[in-house]
Design a protein around this ligand. Sequence first.
Ligand code: AMP
Length: 222
Amino acid sequence: MAVLVLMGPPGAGKGTQAERLAAELEIPHLSTGDLLREHLARGTEVGERARSFMERGELVPDAVVLEMLRERATRPDCQEGFLLDGFPRTLEQARALEAELTRRAGERGPISLRAIELRVPDEVLVRRLAGRRTCRGCGRAQHLEFSPPRVPGRCDRCGGELYQRDDDRSEVVQERLAVYRRQTRPVERYYREREALVEIDGDRPPDEVFAALQRAARDKAA
Ligand code: AMP
């Protein structure tokens, strides 16, 4: 079993690249941000517990995220591995993941974990997030300038309505970048110390980033 962790600050391209990579590797793509937005839209208890944190650009409490992810990652499609996007974002989450994988390895044999970090300068992130529009239907992100919708306001893939996430507004973006530096950089160090981290330049055309990601993911299997 193999677990891939795709890391990087908001706007680094995690969601877009993770979706493509998971399809290529034929493993489920588990994005905690997408899962939380689905809970919000459905008005579940998890959604209600997460809402105010998400609106402020802060992290949702570990307990909420861990419970939600455990429910998803124990479904049968995750038995052979999965790609995590936007998780872990705190050291506590990284330790909880390690404990869970150790437990599973005891039952089913070795599990490899590889973390891949997309590195992108802050000023590029801010530009990407300001122009990002997200589909209400399928959750896919487009960019007003870099991947403009064919029909204004509509998703190229499913025709759903494109909207600006509340947390992509500039005031909240600064907070999310600060949260990343404060709470998630230590997770990068955690994986680097375990020699489980590969860093990739994410400030390149999407196809080049994808090719680098594929190489990094394949190395893992070797
Ligand atoms: P994202 O779509 O990954 O940018 O996530 C959007 C928001 O969801 C974040 O700003 C957090 O409020 C929340 N969130 C997503 N993943 C996590 C996580 N692993 N831990 C805590 N909060 C999260």
